[in-house]
Design a binder for this molecule. Sequence first.
Ligand code: NI
Length: 188
Amino acid sequence: MGRSPALLPLENRSVSHTRLVSWNMSKLLRHYTPGRSYFVTVVTHNRMPLLIEHIDLFWQAWDIVHTKHGLVWVVLPDHFHMVVDPGDSNLSALLQQVKMSFGARYRKRVALSRGRVWQSRFWDHAIRDENDMNRHIDYIHYNPVKHGLVKDPFKWQHSSLSDFYQRGLYSSDWGCHSRPEIEGNFGE
Ligand code: NI
């Protein structure tokens, strides 16, 4: 049974998402260098579920510090997973900037003068090869189902799955009927 993927309205996409749509897989792989791309998991302080409600601030924080490297991503209420190529930056410093930028915007919006927004530590894993990359891409796209937020991964708007679907990299019923077998530690 055919159906269209759940696409974000264009105005809800940040600059970096819009650019991602036009990338094809060969370009994705050209940007990906073994040992230079990292899977990261970053969690909010006390797992406060604030990211989706303030998703605009989240992408503003990314756009300010990093314009092109969020290749694969999912944002959940209390954490995010992403494949990041930090380029010439240091991964920890980059994530610290994103966390601080979001934190400042969030506190301003909710009129908090102080308070932690993020867990201080984050999980990172250097992508080893193409298989490892694919495993992490699937893990990211299946994550909203894993966390019980949706039954169909295409129903979760806050991931790069629809971009990958548009590029012909997933079938429209991927993850709906069977659970992808994805082993490993992902910093959940
Ligand atoms: Ni997760």
